[in-house]
Design a protein around this ligand. Structure first.
Ligand SMILES: CC(C)(COP(=O)(O)OP(=O)(O)OC[C@H]1O[C@@H](n2cnc3c(N)ncnc32)[C@H](O)[C@@H]1OP(=O)(O)O)[C@@H](O)C(=O)NCCC(=O)NCCS
Length: 164
């Protein structure tokens, strides 16, 4: 059965939903999901949405047939002094993605990823980075969309896609 969703650009009003997606990304393991307030109390997670939307932030939200948000992918430039897990250098934005559990495995994540990469390329960025924990199948999705591992951390890898 075809599933109906569409993508729209993220706006300032999407901050709370993007925070939900940060929580989904942090809780990717089915077991031991941490509550929203706990995940977002850690700067290592909240830095991806704090003060959304800042100049340079960009993203897309997937919405269902009733226009309810079901997933999002966005990028943000974090400073060298307060980097994200996937920081690779000045001028390389870091990507974050999450899809609501009941909507997973319907093509939403791949559609978001492709749209965001196209946008970053159109904005003139040469690379996008991300960080993924080992064991997360999302890594296979990233690889199939042209991301390659550039650095290994403790339990997680940094992946980078060249956009030109
Ligand atoms: C990772 C995530 C964003 C992918 O979004 P999605 O909408 O589920 O992904 P898609 O339906 O577009 O599937 C992309 C590919 O992943 C594969 N995939 C989807 N669900 C899978 C699963 N449970 N196990 C293994 N592979 C899976 C599919 O085979 C698909 O490849 P295909 O197009 O060749 O079939 C989403 O599952 C999610 O939010 N997961 C939890 C949060 C998370 O891990 N975020 C990333 C942190 S780095």
């Amino acid at each position: 059965m075809p599933v109906a969703f569409r993508l729209r650009p993220a706006t300032q009003a999407d901050g709370a939903f993007l925070a939900d997606m940060v929580v989904e990304a942090a809780n990717w393991r089915p077991e031991g999901a941490r509550p929203r307030h706990e995940v977002l109390s850690y700067p290592e997670h909240s830095r991806y949405v704090a003060g959304w939307m800042r100049p340079g932030d960009a993203g897309f939200v997937a919405v269902d047939a009733q226009d309810a948000p079901i997933g999002a992918a966005w990028y943000r430039m974090l400073p060298r002094t307060d980097p994200g897990f996937g920081y690779v250098g000045t001028g390389v934005p870091e990507l974050i993605i999450g899809v609501r559990p009941i909507w997973r495995a319907h093509g939403v994540g791949r559609a978001l990823l492709q749209r965001l990469c196209e946008h970053a390329r159109a904005e003139g960025f040469g690379r996008l980075s991300l960080s993924v924990e080992r064991g997360n199948f999302a890594r296979t999705l990233y690889r199939s969309e042209g991301f390659a591992v550039t650095a290994a951390g403790v339990g997680r890898d940094t992946m980078v896609k060249r956009l030109r």
